[in-house]
Design a protein around this ligand. Structure first.
Ligand SMILES: Nc1ncnc2c1ncn2[C@@H]1O[C@H](COP(=O)(O)OP(=O)(O)OP(=O)(O)O)[C@@H](O)[C@H]1O
Length: 250
């Protein structure tokens, strides 16, 4: 039996009459990338927000590394080992790459953002930040102001910030969005390695990346999981082809 690190059990979430999550169950296992795909509005971001703690499910349960986290805050989940990168960037655009990552590393200690300069002189934080920046391939841009980075580099930076928390599980919402071919290729290679450190629940529209990376794929349509399986299973699944993949799977 594989080690299940994240177990989503029968989650439902409504916005008025709309069921954005409708009895969703899926799990994430040690060492894997589990991709969540589906048409626009299918409920992928809503599900990810519930796992992250941004939204509370109406019903159902979420276990993270054996603990019930359904009622825990974003910060409490992060402390247990949940790392995340989102569609909407949470980077401080006027700060440098190093400063952004150091602020992320500060979060690992549960420290509040009080005095900026003393934080920047903290050797241990600096080392932790520099090593995360090296891992994502941004060393050359360490002292660049974040607003001057390309879109792809900002996504790399978001991953570096998340890495400082040494997450045991990663949530990623469309990391490839807005990236050029070169950037997507680089990030695909990076995520391929990253799964060994922490399994990834990945929401992604870029099907080349999903088919290249995913160990398993779950397909969400109108808030329900209609299929879960490996790449071949999903590519050849009649209902999935009708509902989402269409000609892309051929
Ligand atoms: N805060 C909200 N209030 C009301 N409706 C919402 C809210 N958030 C999402 N929805 C609705 O819930 C449904 C699912 O949205 P969600 O953003 O989760 O889909 P998605 O699969 O992530 O879409 P996309 O691929 O376009 O990002 C949509 O119909 C959306 O309009």
């Amino acid at each position: 039996m594989p080690d299940i690190v994240l177990n989503i059990q029968n989650i439902s979430k409504s916005f008025g009459a709309l069921k954005a999550s409708d009895g969703v169950s899926l799990d994430l296992r040690e060492g894997e990338i589990h991709a969540l795909i589906g048409p626009n509005g299918a409920g992928k971001s809503t599900l990810i927000s519930q796992v992250a703690g941004k939204l509370k499910p109406d019903t159902g349960k979420i276990d993270l590394l054996g603990s019930d986290v359904t009622k825990l805050s974003i910060a409490e989940r992060a402390k247990l080992g949940l790392g995340r990168t989102f569609q909407i960037s949470e980077l401080a655009m006027d700060y440098t790459v190093l400063e952004n990552v150091m602020l992320g590393a500060l979060g690992k200690r549960g420290g509040a953002f009080r005095f900026f300069m003393p934080v920047m002189k903290d050797a241990e934080l600096r080392e932790c930040a520099q090593s995360a920046i090296e891992r994502v391939g941004l060393s050359r841009h360490m002292h660049k102001i974040t607003s001057e980075l390309s879109h792809g580099q900002r996504r790399q930076l978001e991953v570096a910030v998340a890495l400082t928390l040494e997450p045991k599980v990663f949530l990623m919402d469309e990391p490839m969005a807005g990236m050029g071919a070169e950037g997507s290729k680089m990030l695909t290679g990076f995520l391929d390695d990253l799964r060994q450190q922490a399994p990834i629940l990945l929401v992604e529209h870029d099907m080349d990346a999903v088919f290249a990376l995913a160990d398993r794929i779950s397909v969400l349509v109108y808030g329900k999981v209609i299929a879960t399986g490996n790449v071949d299973f999903i590519r050849n699944h009649d209902e999935v082809r009708r509902a989402y993949l269409g000609e892309e799977a051929t």
